[in-house]
Design a protein. Sequence first.
Length: 104
Amino acid sequence: MGQAAKVLQLFKTLHRTRQQVFKNDTRALEAARIKINEEFKSNKSETSPKKIEELIKIGSDVELLLRTSVIQGIHTDHNTLKLVPRKELLIENVPYCDAPTQKQ
């Protein structure tokens, strides 16, 4: 895949991730949209293949971080936040046991 196609694919992926991560939060959706567009516009004239690959890597890392680490919080009253994790962030909570179990 050519670099231009990779850049376009990353742009689309970042916007899709933004829509999932900040769902129902118009302020965050708009701020993320503006930031993504600004970053791509500011590097639009970059011609160095090495620098473009570096920027693609940074963008991919940002997308991964957003997708795997960001949880929405909703203010329910003055000092309370309700966390709204997405389904893909929930993992099975299996307790850790450092002592091996004995077979009987």
